[in-house]
Design a protein around this ligand. Structure first.
Ligand code: FES
Length: 170
């Protein structure tokens, strides 16, 4: 007796189940993946998450000798925003009508620089590895820092000095 095997037209049961399971898994997987990707990139989609300008005093308070100023900035970093603002420091000086607000963070390994620290005169000095910067924050050649100190954005409103976001110099 011979068995007559004839291929049935259409899809086999095995193929149908494979396709059904794969498409269901794909649908469920993409449903889980989308919220995770959205959550990860959410800060990039937010507008207005930059640093706001902060009033640090009257312009007349500052002169040609760098003065350390402590203040708090409202800055949102991704999902995190410190309550009451983030503590920040700037070395502020005014030469003629030009105002410069320098970050005290050394560009070598991040220690804090001090005006005329370590017995040095007319330079910012970093005690960690002997880094030096000129009065306008430019790194002194032959000392460890590879770049000038960062600067805060500044603006004057009604005779008062406001500091904004800190930026790296070109
Ligand atoms: S961290 Fe300032 S010189 Fe090294």
């Amino acid at each position: 007796m011979s068995e007559n095997k004839q291929a049935k037209p259409g899809m086999s049961r095995r193929k149908f189940l494979t396709y059904t399971i794969a498409s269901t898994a794909g649908f469920l997987g993409s449903g889980m993946l989308f919220p995770m990707v959205r959550f990860a990139i959410d800060p990039l989609l937010q507008k207005g998450s930059d640093t706001k300008f902060v009033d640090i005093g009257t312009v007349s308070e500052f002169g040609s000798k760098p003065k350390a100023v402590e203040f708090r900035i409202q800055r949102k970093d991704g999902w995190y925003q410190e309550k009451g603002g983030e503590k920040a420091t700037a070395w502020v000086l005014k030469e003629g009508s030009e105002i410069l607000a320098l970050s005290p963070i050394c560009k070598h390994l991040g220690c804090t620089v001090k005006w005329e620290g370590g017995g040095r005169t007319n330079v910012f000095y970093c005690p960690c590895h002997g880094g030096e910067y000129t009065k306008d924050g430019v790194n002194v050649p032959g000392t460890p820092p590879p770049k000038p100190l960062d600067v805060y954005a500044t603006k004057i409103e009604g005779g008062r000095l406001l500091l904004g976001a800190v930026k790296e110099r070109g």
